[in-house]
Design a protein around this ligand. Structure first.
Ligand SMILES: [Zn+2]
Length: 441
């Protein structure tokens, strides 16, 4: 069996175990994938296996290959083992059969992110069998990523930070390509992710009978005005190197490029085509108005209304910054609006000035000699933020064929008929093997 065959066999089993995380605490049952992975590593010389679970069935597995030099940099490969639910009638394939056709493997989790998890495990086993590592290599099959890690990486990083090293961590996603206007190639590495700053805005009004509304202060009219003012707020475009490098990689005409860098013309985002929303999201604080509530009975004036905002922050944008943006948008209404904080998590980003990033650049350069390697941030979350908070660096790494664009890769996440090109599985396995040898060898 070759490394690739091992990976494909493992990937099929991980998909078939169907560790579906529907956000309830007893879903997921990643113990099935932990069992599969434990069997995969059974009898491998030189590995130490441990399992941790904060709740029955929510198992994470840690496989350590100790290095010979305690001073050498360690490397941790972090792959989540849960998947999101499926809307089965919308699928044309069985989502948990791991069927292969048309050069692809079909099924929930094939892309997000079991193919990377399988590649990481297979490379770890291969390297363990060979022995002779200087730095310690750890593979972690981690539960509960899709519910933001409370029973997985978040819990491990807070309750068992010593269980494995977070100094240099690789996880999802990355390795897809930017379709540059001049036909040149650029490949992305994910170096950070946006944060969350959820808010609930409360306003009050006069209660009373619906039959006599004259001269009342209406909570509903007020919350409507709050929504209008927040929708109209002008948000600054990011000015950091990551955003600027991302824009330049597209090789737009100079006027379009300048407009995107200045953030002066929202219509310029159309130049990104299918990536317009993503490009806007990774260059701005975004405020999505998602829930509004007021009133119960049609004949009663409500005394209270609230509006919920799904706000996503860029690196460096604090809770205070977000509240300032909201108060500025509200203007003379600000004193009548109470801002409640719901979930807040700051954005995280890893420097590209690290030994691990340089290895990723080198390996991607070997695959795609003509490509620029472009760091980017993710609009959604991954387990890497927990390691960054502990002071380590974390990158999303995979390798996709030249034709696979960033838009296509994003489009596969949580989609119906999720499917991975087998070519990308092979590239990713070779990519991880090369990175581990280069970084720990
Ligand atoms: Zn994922």
């Amino acid at each position: 069996m070759t490394l690739y065959d091992d990976t494909l066999t493992l990937l099929k089993e991980l998909v078939r175990n169907a560790c579906v995380n529907d956000l309830t605490p007893d879903s997921g049952q990643e113990v099935r994938n932990a069992d599969t992975l434990e069997r995969f590593f059974a009898g491998t010389p030189g590995v130490e296996i441990s399992r941790l679970e904060p709740r029955s069935g929510r198992t994470s597995i840690i496989v350590t290959v100790p290095g010979s030099d305690p001073d050498a940099e360690p490397l941790t490969l972090l792959g989540h083992t849960d998947v999101v639910p499926v809307d089965a009638p919308k699928w044309t394939k069985d989502p948990f059969a791991a069927e292969i056709s048309d050069g692809r493997i079909w099924g929930r989790g094939t892309v997000d992110m079991l193919f990377i998890t399988a590649a990481q495990a297979a490379v770890t086993r291969l390297i363990a069998r060979e022995g002779g590592l200087r730095g310690t290599l750890t593979f972690v099959g981690v539960a509960d990523e899709e519910a933001r890690g409370g029973l997985g990486a978040k819990w491990l990083s807070e309750e068992h930070p010593e269980a494995f090293s977070w100094r240099n961590t690789l996880s999802e996603s990355g390795g897809s390509h930017i379709p540059a206007k001049d036909g040149s190639d650029a490949v992305i590495v994910t170096v950070g992710e946006k944060g969350a700053a959820q808010r609930r805005l409360h306003v009050h009004g006069d209660a009373g009978h619906g039959s006599i509304p004259f001269d009342r202060d209406s909570a509903i009219v007020k919350i409507g005005e709050v929504a209008r003012r927040i929708a109209a707020v002008d948000l600054n475009v990011a000015k950091d190197d990551v955003w600027q490098g991302f824009v330049r990689a597209f090789r737009f005409d100079p006027a379009t490029e300048q407009s995107l860098l200045d953030g002066t013309d929202p219509s310029a985002y159309g130049s990104f085509g299918a990536l317009a929303r993503y490009a806007h999201a990774v260059s701005h604080l975004t405020i999505a108005q998602t829930v509004v509530r007021a009133g119960q009975a049609i004949n009663v004036l409500p005394s209270h209304a609230h509006l919920e905002l799904d706000i996503r922050t860029l690196p460096g944008q604090t809770n205070d910054y977000v509240d300032d943006v909201l108060r500025t948008a509200l203007g003379d209404l600000a004193d009548e609006v109470e801002i409640e904080h719901l979930i807040s998590e700051e954005a995280t980003v890893s420097s590209t000035d690290s030994g691990l990033y340089r290895v990723l650049e080198k390996v991607l350069g070997d695959f795609f000699p003509d490509a620029t390697v472009v760091p980017t941030i993710s609009s959604g979350g991954s387990d890497l933020r927990f390691g960054r908070r502990l002071g380590g660096v974390g990158y999303g790494f995979a390798v996709h064929a030249r034709e696979r664009t960033v838009a296509e890769a994003l489009g596969q996440l949580h989609s119906h008929d999720e499917a991975l090109y087998l070519e990308d599985l092979e590239l990713t396995v070779r990519g991880y093997e090369a990175v581990v040898r280069e970084f720990l060898g």
